[in-house]
Ligand binder design. Sequence first.
Ligand SMILES: *[C@@H]1O[C@H](CO)[C@@H](O)[C@H](O)[C@H]1NC(C)=O
Ligand SMILES: *[C@@H]1O[C@H](CO)[C@@H](O)[C@H](O)[C@H]1NC(C)=O
Ligand SMILES: *[C@@H]1O[C@H](CO)[C@@H](O)[C@H](O)[C@H]1NC(C)=O
Ligand SMILES: *[C@@H]1O[C@H](CO)[C@@H](O)[C@H](O)[C@H]1NC(C)=O
Length: 338
Amino acid sequence: MAFPNRSSATLLSVLVFSLIFGAPIFTAVADDPLFSVFEKWMKDNGRTYGSITEKLQRFQVFKDNFQFIESMKNRTLTYTLGLNKFADLTNKEFLQKYATFKPRNSSNISTPFRYANVTSIPSSIDWRTLGAVTSIKDQGNCGSCWAFSAVASIEGINKIKTGNLISLSEQELVDCVSNCYGCNGGYEDYAFEWVVQNGGITTEDDYPYTSGITQTEGTCSNTGNYAATISGYEYVTAYSESDLAKAVANQPVSIGIDASGYAFQFYSGGIFTGPCGTSIDHAVTVVGYGSSDGTNYWIVKNSWGTSWGESGYVRMQKDIYCIAGLCGLAMEPSYPTK
Ligand SMILES: *[C@@H]1O[C@H](CO)[C@@H](O)[C@H](O)[C@H]1NC(C)=O
Ligand SMILES: *[C@@H]1O[C@H](CO)[C@@H](O)[C@H](O)[C@H]1NC(C)=O
Ligand SMILES: *[C@@H]1O[C@H](CO)[C@@H](O)[C@H](O)[C@H]1NC(C)=O
Ligand SMILES: *[C@@H]1O[C@H](CO)[C@@H](O)[C@H](O)[C@H]1NC(C)=O
């Protein structure tokens, strides 16, 4: 039977469903070989649905996603795709939940760029192996990518300047940065500005992340117990991957990217080359760069847990023909100073 462990409520749904749509549809779905793949995926991902109708709707989305991933297997790609935890979401639903970064109109924003005259940078750098990157975090069901992006950059410069790698609080930013929108998006530069004005940011342990579950911001409870400070922030020259490299050679850098598209949603490893546009909607942090088989890449820390991408990271193609960078990654980079 296709629906084990069903309660009387779901049994009722089956009956109602069968009355409305007729038994043939129900039988056809249960006989679909992908249905057991879907049920295994549900189990592996701890997913449950409120009704049979919803489950069947989600199965249809899952099937579409499965077919998309299969169709991409016939292409010569430098990256792979997989049925990850986003496999029951349409790309539109995925974007509504996870791509809430608000890009700034940067044409009238400018700051000094302290790495402008850097002439020599290493051919590769990985701030993870240099101990300046905390483990992968998960923003959960909250559009707080901007806070995770800002925190990763602050954690990086703090380690570089003080020698201490301290995991810092995204929740404090989500709750306290009044000119951002909590779980509905925000700007990493406003987050940096808040940390400057506030006189510091507290630790993850002292102010743990809860919005991934509550799906909303909490009340700002400023502990006054600051574990890290920054003196300000600067923007990297927009539309310059070479200037971005000068900055990343010196510290992790926050960037905005266009994370829309099924390929990014289901990325599971390798060097991501698109397709993607340049309508920035997600904030992440560049923590290094390198090269593999002649393809240059950026090492990018995401905040969707370790099950997405390469244990939570994505390598994105570097030095492409388009000055915006892949997915617009060179359009709005910024970093905190200390
Ligand atoms: C992939 O290629 C094989 C062999 O060329 C073909 O039979 C199959 O239909 C293709 N699959 C998709 C999903 O395009
Ligand atoms: C961005 O700002 C510039 C300068 O103020 C303005 O000319 C331009 O229209 C703005 N662009 C958008 C998309 O708002
Ligand atoms: C940029 O220009 C826009 C539109 O004129 C304005 O609303 C915004 O405050 C400006 N930003 C900065 C940082 O000056
Ligand atoms: C870079 O060098 C130029 C020319 O010497 C100088 O005017 C400028 O202030 C330098 N910029 C920085 C950020 O050091």
